[in-house]
Design a protein around this ligand. Structure first.
Ligand SMILES: [Zn+2]
Ligand SMILES: [Zn+2]
Ligand SMILES: [Zn+2]
Length: 186
């Protein structure tokens, strides 16, 4: 990287063995704080994603980056467990099969259940439809462009807000839930 301060390449697990002196540490801290204070969360997320998609990225850089994130407690052992987990699970919210390594912030999507036909248009107001799942009257634009729920798939009922319309239990759906898939995967 041009213009960057040359630092020794740290091998995985060696991070703690190398001690920077106090001046280096305080400058590094100042640089990191300056960077964080001048970067949005989205920008940081996008830049890391772009860098990691670059096929020219060096293996040592990948390893060092992961080591650093692990060293300061951002990436934990649960991420290692997730990528090595081959069990096909059943989501207790959307009832789709998934593997934990593919789970992400917007994997599990539930549409609103809309009552049709649309409520008669009130003069001077945009027509609305009733989302019977939420008990709310929404404009057609909002009703069709938003989801009732979006998030990660889950195997924990505590994470699911069941209702009588669009988020039902496995028993109500007549699916075998996780009993079948875990037995099959074992
Ligand atoms: Zn809804
Ligand atoms: Zn799901
Ligand atoms: Zn189910």
């Amino acid at each position: 990287m041009q213009g960057a301060v040359t630092r020794p390449i740290l091998q995985r697990g060696m991070v703690k063995a190398i001690s920077f002196n106090a001046a280096n540490r305080s400058e590094a801290m100042a640089v990191l704080k300056y960077y964080l204070n001048n970067t949005t969360a989205q920008e940081l997320y996008t830049r890391i994603g772009t860098a990691l998609s670059d096929p020219m990225l060096l293996s040592t850089d990948v390893e060092n980056f992961l080591s650093a994130l692990e060293g300061i407690g951002i990436v934990t052992s649960s991420a290692h467990a997730a990528v090595n987990d081959n069990v096909v699970r059943h989501c207790l919210r959307c009832h789709q099969p998934y593997m934990e390594r593919d789970n992400r912030a917007r994997s599990c999507n539930i549409l609103h259940t809309l009552q049709m036909p649309a409520r008669p248009e009130v003069v001077g107001q945009a027509p609305k439809v009733r989302a019977i799942c939420c008990g709310a009257d929404l404009s057609i634009e909002v009703a069709t462009k938003t989801l009732h729920f979006t998030g990660r798939h889950t195997t924990s009922v505590q994470n699911v807000a069941y209702n009588t319309t669009n988020v039902k239990t496995c028993a109500e759906m007549g699916c075998a839930g996780n009993a079948a898939v875990i037995t099959k995967g074992a």
